[in-house]
Design a protein. Structure first.
Length: 282
């Protein structure tokens, strides 16, 4: 630090860092001290943005006494910190009211640069150098901050709901497509199965007629239907997932089933509706 000495109330000399002697008997006295270190001053300024929101802005000013201008720094200003605060207030209240609140957060570096430029231009003549200015905090009113958080939360919830609905839509569409594809493939399988059954029955009837000469195709068809009937009963009984099934069973019911199928086939070929197998249905 530097010291300023007086002799009989008049400025005499500056004592640089190191050993200095004050001649009290000669009327010398210490007038004051100045630090050559970089100092920091935090200034809180309340102002209003362009969209009429009051906000507190904290500006940290880092300044230093210029060694060559120690006399000016000590004698020209009574209170250097108050002078710096005044310039910060003036510049902040001149910059922020031109911006909306969101722009204040985005443009804080530009605001800090403007404050530094104004301070450097004003304080250089008083022996001070402005090292840097930083905006360390921008704090709107509590209700405004809560409203901003609510707006942000609502936007994110709306986006989340939209994405969820899109995901549900894709899931439903894909499930419908999969179900349609499965039914299509199942239909193809059933059609091929029935075609194979018809082909097998046709070959069986032809083979049976060729080997046994005293039977006609009707008898062979009834024999094959009875065989299929018993095979179906066997499959139902051996299945672990089979439930209770009520159906008429016996030689007469088998014959009625064969008659109904045969009548349906013949009526379909003739283009007329088949007669009911049971007289009670008429």
């Amino acid at each position: 630090s530097l010291t300023s000495s007086l002799q009989f109330g008049k400025f005499n000399r500056i004592g640089h860092p190191g050993f200095n002697c004050i001649w009290c008997c000669a009327g010398e006295a210490v007038a004051g001290k100045l630090s050559l270190r970089i100092q920091q001053l935090d200034v809180r300024c309340e102002t209003k943005s362009k969209d009429n929101v009051f906000v507190d802005i904290v500006v940290s000013v880092q300044y230093q006494v210029v060694r060559e201008n120690v006399y000016d720094a000590f004698y020209k200003l009574t209170d250097s910190k108050s002078q710096i605060r005044s310039y910060v207030y003036d510049e902040i209240r001149g910059q922020v009211p031109k911006m909306n609140l969101d722009d204040v957060f985005i443009s804080k570096e530009q605001i800090a640069a403007a404050v530094k430029e104004e301070l450097a231009k004003s304080m250089t003549g008083f022996g001070f150098a402005i090292v840097n200015t930083l905006i360390t905090d921008i704090e709107p009113a509590a209700k405004v901050k809560a409203a901003m958080n609510d707006i942000n939360a609502a936007q994110r919830l709306r986006l989340a709901a939209y994405e969820q609905s899109e995901a549900d839509k894709i899931r439903i569409v894909k499930a419908a497509e999969a179900d349609a594809e499965a039914k299509y493939l199942a239909g193809q399988g059933i059609a091929r199965q029935r075609q194979a059954i018809i082909s097998g029955l046709r070959e069986s009837v032809q083979t049976f007629q060729n080997e046994v000469s005293d039977v006609n195709s009707r008898d062979v068809m009834e024999l094959l239907l009875i065989t299929q009937y018993f095979d179906t009963l066997k499959d139902i009984g051996s299945s672990s997932r089979a439930s209770t099934v009520f159906l008429p069973h016996g030689p007469g019911s088998v014959g009625e089933a064969a008659t109904a199928i045969r009548n349906g086939v013949l009526s379909g070929m003739a283009g007329s509706p088949p007669p009911p197998a049971d007289p009670m249905q008429r």
